[in-house]
Design a protein around this ligand. Structure first.
Ligand SMILES: NC(=O)c1ccc[n+]([C@@H]2O[C@H](COP(=O)([O-])OP(=O)(O)OC[C@H]3O[C@@H](n4cnc5c(N)ncnc54)[C@H](OP(=O)(O)O)[C@@H]3O)[C@@H](O)[C@H]2O)c1
Length: 335
């Protein structure tokens, strides 16, 4: 067992484009000791999230940029080792924004105790963790799906998208997923039981999406942006809703991405587009955990992770898989 704390730190602000290894340093520091009211977590899994690309950029966003020299921000799951906190005891399985490192000290704020009898630890940074909460509130609160409506979701085979699509089914909607490649589309149909799957890499997105949505689209859960958004807009029904959760197609752009060409549809079809950040429901996470956990325990919610080995040294390379579709399910790094 190592007696140091391996940490991934931000070495400098990156240039636009995919992150390179030299943006980060990997350092071994002392294992931190918890102070009064704190506990120490030994991290087992680090969550790799598309948002990490934005968190290292300078500029206005929904959260402060990770400071240069600081430990990279990241969700993680692990076990409490030592505790001076009355509500956390050694052995508790926990999930929180612990950072990309082997050990973290926490005061317990926004930390969730998780039930590893219900689901393995890594699932609590995936479908039962932040991506699941995003799907839950983004679809139900912003998308407001009604039974019988058609819900389309992009990046549908991924962490957020796969949960959105399944909740849409649970709420009595026609669920259509857009994903890249035949394997991911087969997963949507055969494993998740969606009504239709559209492979945007097959070269005929507009025709395939139209065929998959014979009654138009009422809710489009947006994870990607760019060409896919432009293709969806003309198919939206009057008074349709677009929860705008992510725009991953532009995260590594080296030139400003072109604006939507079909914005006129927002006017003519009276569409509502609303951005969302999961933190907006920080005080209601228990509701998402309860419902997602119940559906999962009843076998109504399928969740998969893509757990990568290689430890923290592999962090920059594994993270980049997200932006090329190299992940199959929630991307997680085993520490
Ligand atoms: N607003 C929030 O609070 C919040 C919280 C969590 C996540 N998000 C957003 O939700 C989205 C999904 O995140 P996730 O964690 O669930 O990741 P994910 O879907 O598990 O992985 C990302 C997927 O995006 C797709 N993708 C990447 N580049 C693409 C491109 N140029 N065109 C089309 N698809 C592309 C790939 O799937 P294919 O193989 O199908 O192309 C890839 O597997 C991201 O936009 C993320 O920023 C937002």
């Amino acid at each position: 067992m190592s007696n140091t704390n391996r940490q991934v730190k931000l070495a400098r602000r990156p240039a636009p484009g995919p992150l390179t290894r030299d943006v980060f340093t990997i350092e071994d520091g002392p294992i931190p000791e918890p102070g009064p009211g704190q506990f120490r977590v030994k991290i087992e899994y680090v969550s790799l999230d598309p948002a990490m690309r934005g968190w290292v950029n300078e500029g206005r966003s929904y959260i402060e940029p990770v400071p240069v020299g600081a430990v990279m921000r990241g969700y993680a799951a692990g076990y409490v080792e030592v505790s001076n906190h009355p509500e956390f005891k050694p052995g508790d399985a926990v999930q929180g924004l612990f950072g990309v490192q082997q050990y973290a000290v926490s005061d317990g704020k926004r930390v969730v105790k998780v039930d590893t009898n219900l689901a393995p630890l890594q699932r609590w940074v995936g479908g039962l963790g932040m991506p699941g909460w995003t799907a839950y509130f983004g679809l139900l609160e912003v998308g407001q799906p009604k039974p019988g409506e058609t819900v389309v979701v992009s990046a549908a085979a991924g962490a957020v998208g796969s949960i959105v699509a399944q909740i849409a089914k649970l709420k009595g909607c026609r669920a259509v997923g857009i994903a890249g490649g035949p394997e991911k589309c087969r997963y949507l149909l055969d494993e998740l039981g969606l009504d239709a799957a559209v492979d945007y890499k097959a070269g005929k997105l507009a025709a395939d999406l139209k065929a998959a949505c014979p009654h138009g689209i009422d809710v489009y859960f947006e994870n990607v942006g760019g060409e896919i958004l432009d293709t969806v807009l003309p198919l939206m029904n009057t008074f349709g809703r677009i929860p705008l959760c992510g725009l991953i197609s532009a995260y590594n752009a080296t030139t400003p991405p072109p604006g939507p060409r079909n914005l006129r549809c927002v006017l003519t079809q009276r569409l509502k587009i609303q951005g969302l950040i999961v933190f907006d429901w920080a005080d209601r996470i228990d509701e998402a955990i309860h419902d997602l956990g119940q559906w999962y325990s009843e076998g109504k919610l399928k969740i998969r992770e893509d757990v990568r080995e290689g430890g923290l040294d592999a962090f920059p390379d594994v993270l980049n898989l997200l932006y090329t579709g190299g992940n199959h399910g929630k991307l997680v790094l085993k520490v």
